[in-house]
Design a protein around this ligand. Structure first.
Ligand SMILES: *Cc1c(COP(=O)(O)O)cnc(C)c1O
Length: 471
């Protein structure tokens, strides 16, 4: 090996001038780009020392420096780029918790960006020049939409339930029907939340049947509240009995106890107007006599992650006075987004087109079929020799425990992998991985040995098509 081979390696200073590193320099800065360049050059020197003949040929070729810079840029993008990526949710589950639930409406995105860009009167009363309350930005709208006397907002609905129970029932008992001891995915279990809140769960009734007399018998001087939990992700069918909010509200009132209802998804509007199944609204549950209702900001509401608590003014005040509220409060970006989303609900006529969640849930099969036809041809071509592609009927789920048994008709692209050298299962995994490794990963669903893309939430077929060649 002669020293001349080493001299063929471009210098770091020269490479830093290469336009192919311009974006990396802008994104990651001089120090990281230089470090990565040195690492790559070091590896090349070792190859030269070993007398790697393929490298020696490449060193003299035109464009070697460009190629090196592209390698460096790619490595920086994988090691230094954000790991939080936008994806296509083609799983068929519209509100997918692991995929960050739904896209926010444009109005919310703009509100967040404004709140991020400058200081605001988040907790500042402009009239009196005194400290204000961040909840105030939402209270009027929430009360108008639900009929509640008061409202407050925390980080998510799990936090809302924790805070309500800790405020009303620490060191005391709360009876709950055995049929409502819900576990929501990701470690939210009602019995465990109650324990963390410092209150004692009193299980009453049976899994399938709980009567008013069960609640009545459970009430003692140690009882702090009555509670109902919406069985959002399952349904008990057959020989069943549950006690309605109204019946329970009468008992609670006679016993001078508050009635708390965790609605989970919680919707503010009658979803039947959008061709979706009936789900109790927050206003209905309050009208039936619940004293406090908790629900999510990012399930059926279609907003940012948040937990909303509405109901009686005196109880909301106690909640706001709890020091835990400070630990669980929403940040200004979430608040800005939530205010914008709640505002959209005040104009129900335009809600369907403005709220991405509702647009996704109410998209017609014809429209989804049109997406399928746009991508079918190019996708079949891209997967030639890899998988057989066709368009099939399928059913989407709402997800996140909302209306668990109700499925909405939809259309999917089905990809049936051809058996490769390592068998069909291997080809399926490989195919699914290739889609997940695209710049905007595509997440589908594997069923019976095939890969499905439910196109209900596709929205931008051209964006999907534009990255097919990288497959
Ligand atoms: C989803 C759900 C929760 C948790 O809500 P997050 O906003 O996801 O924290 C709590 N209770 C019920 C009944 C739910 O369905």
């Amino acid at each position: 090996m002669t020293t001349s081979h080493y001299q063929l390696l471009p210098s770091v200073d020269k490479l830093l001038q290469n336009p192919k590193l311009g974006e990396s320099l802008e994104a990651y800065g001089h120090a990281d780009v230089t470090e990565e360049l040195r690492a790559q050059l070091g590896a090349l020197r070792e190859q030269i020392a070993r007398g790697d003949s393929r490298l020696l040929a490449k060193l003299e070729a035109q464009g070697f420096a460009d190629e090196l810079c592209v390698t460096v840029a790619n490595r920086l993008a994988t090691t230094r780029g954000s790991t939080l990526l936008s994806v296509f949710n083609l799983t068929g589950t519209v509100i997918h918790t692991n995929l960050g639930r739904c896209a926010l409406p444009q109005q919310a995105i703009e509100a967040m960006s404004k709140a991020a860009a400058a200081p605001s009167n988040l907790e500042f009363d402009l009239e009196s020049n005194r400290r204000g309350d961040r909840d105030d930005h939402l209270v009027n709208s929430l009360c108008a939409l639900t009929g509640a006397e008061a409202a407050t907002v925390v980080n998510n609905n799990a936090a809302a339930v924790l805070l309500v129970l800790n405020t009303l029932a620490q060191g005391k008992q709360v009876p709950i029907s055995r049929g409502e001891l819900v576990e929501i995915g990701g470690a939210f279990r009602i019995p465990e939340v109650m324990k963390s809140a410092g209150c004692e769960l009193l299980e009453i009734g049976t899994t399938n049947r709980t009567h008013l007399k069960d609640y009545r018998a459970a009430i003692s001087p140690r009882t702090a509240a009555l509670m109902k939990v919406h069985t959002s992700n399952y349904e008990i069918q057959g020989f069943t009995k549950t006690v309605s909010h109204r019946e329970l509200a009468d008992l609670a009132q006679a016993s001078q106890l508050p009635l708390v209802s965790d609605l989970g998804s919680g919707t503010l509007i009658d979803l039947q107007k959008y061709g979706l199944p009936k789900e109790p609204t927050v206003a209905e549950v309050l009208a039936e006599g619940a004293d406090l209702v908790t629900f999510s900001g990012d399930k059926l509401l279609g907003g940012p992650q948040a937990g909303i608590i509405v109901g009686r003014k005196d109880l909301i005040q106690r909640i706001k006075d709890n020091p835990l509220k400070r630990a669980l409060r929403v940040d200004k970006l979430t608040l800005a987004a939530l205010v914008a989303v709640i505002d959209l609900y005040r104009d129900p006529h335009r809600l369907g087109e403005r709220l991405p969640l509702l647009a996704d849930l109410s998209r017609s099969v014809d429209e989804i079929d049109a997406f399928a036809r746009v991508i079918f041809g190019p996708l079949s071509t891209a997967l030639e020799g890899i998988a057989a592609v066709d368009i099939v009927d399928c059913k989407s789920q709402i997800g996140s425990g909302a209306l668990p048994l109700d499925l909405i008709p939809s259309k999917a692209i089905r990809m049936r992998p051809l058996a490769g050298a390592n068998g069909r299962e291997e080809s399926l995994q490989e195919l699914s991985l290739r889609f997940r490794r695209l710049p905007k990963p595509v997440i589908g669903r594997v069923k019976d040995g095939d890969l499905y893309f439910d196109l209900r939430c596709l929205v931008k077929p051209e964006e999907f098509l534009s990255q097919l060649e990288e497959l």
